[in-house]
Design a protein around this ligand. Structure first.
Ligand SMILES: CCCCCCCCCCCC(=O)SCCNC(=O)CCNC(=O)[C@H](O)C(C)(C)COP(=O)(O)OP(=O)(O)OC[C@H]1O[C@@H](n2cnc3c(N)ncnc32)[C@H](O)[C@@H]1OP(=O)(O)O
Length: 225
């Protein structure tokens, strides 16, 4: 079981995790855009394998929560959406959240491209799903995504700053719904994509089954009063 850090030790490690995450995102961007020759690729592959071996010297299991995480607050430093430590997160930056509303910013990188120059549709769905869940969470509603409907109205372009807004729509028993949209930072009135999600909070017994083997039970997905 991973020991969760607190206080100064956690802050120091979080800074190091974020620094490595930023370096790895640079690496991913360089890797998906490189046109260096085959010998250059082979040398980079060898260096990458050396680096992986270095990081595997201390490794957590698939179900172990990271020592820098806060599973109660729902802060996950390797989230593929907003995690500062994730090499694959765009990453999404949350500007404000509370009272069932969230505003966040994102610039989609080349690694998450779909059609040339445009964000992959799955990436857009991922971003919308995340802000929907987060809006609900900021209103004290837990839950897993049961349905997600995405309407793609205009392209979301790579390398351009976008803004996402999400808000709670309905709450009833264990079910909640939320709505979200994505726009460009400099044209906030043109909606590029919209998302609607139904989230269902797990009963405690279902949560025990769903998260069996996870060392620090995530509370964010269970039923709340
Ligand atoms: C600070 C950082 C924060 C960070 C916080 C951000 C975190 C980001 C997380 C992103 C979210 C995800 O990716 S979540 C991961 C993707 N989702 C999943 O893996 C979910 C997989 N599906 C499931 O586990 C399950 O199907 C559930 C939990 C969704 C529902 O199971 P259940 O709990 O057994 O549900 P059940 O009793 O049958 O139904 C409960 C009620 O919901 C309704 N219901 C259930 N499913 C549906 C459905 N698809 N469509 C319509 N209605 C449905 C039922 O009719 C019922 O209504 P009534 O009879 O009560 O009226």
């Amino acid at each position: 079981m991973a020991e969760l850090l607190t206080g100064e030790a956690r802050e120091q490690r979080r800074a190091a995790v974020a620094d490595l995450g930023a370096a790895l995102r640079e690496l991913v961007d360089a890797a998906v855009r490189t046109e260096v020759g085959a010998p250059g690729l082979a040398a980079a592959a060898a260096a990458a394998r050396d680096l992986a071996a270095q990081l595997r010297a201390g490794q957590r299991g698939l179900l172990e929560v990271a020592s820098v995480d806060d599973p109660v607050a729902g802060e996950r430093w390797y989230s593929p959406v907003y995690g500062p430590g994730s090499p694959v997160a765009p990453p999404l930056l949350v500007d404000s959240e509370g009272g069932g509303r969230v505003t966040a910013r994102v610039t989609v990188p080349k690694a998450l491209e779909g059609p040339p120059g445009l964000a992959h549709g799955g990436t857009i769905a991922t971003l919308l799903d995340h802000v929907l869940a987060r809006a609900l969470r900021s209103a004290g509603r837990g839950g897993l995504t049961a349905t997600l409907t995405v309407t793609y109205r205009r392209p979301v372009r790579l390398g351009v700053e976008h803004v996402l807004h999400a808000e709670v729509a309905t709450t009833e028993g264990r079910r909640s719904t939320a709505r979200a949209r994505i726009v460009t930072a400099d044209d906030p009135d043109t909606v590029l994509a919209e998302g609607e999600g139904l989230f269902v909070a797990l009963r405690p017994e279902a949560a025990a089954h769903t998260f069996a083997g996870v060392d620090h039970a995530p509370e964010a997905w269970t039923a709340r009063p």
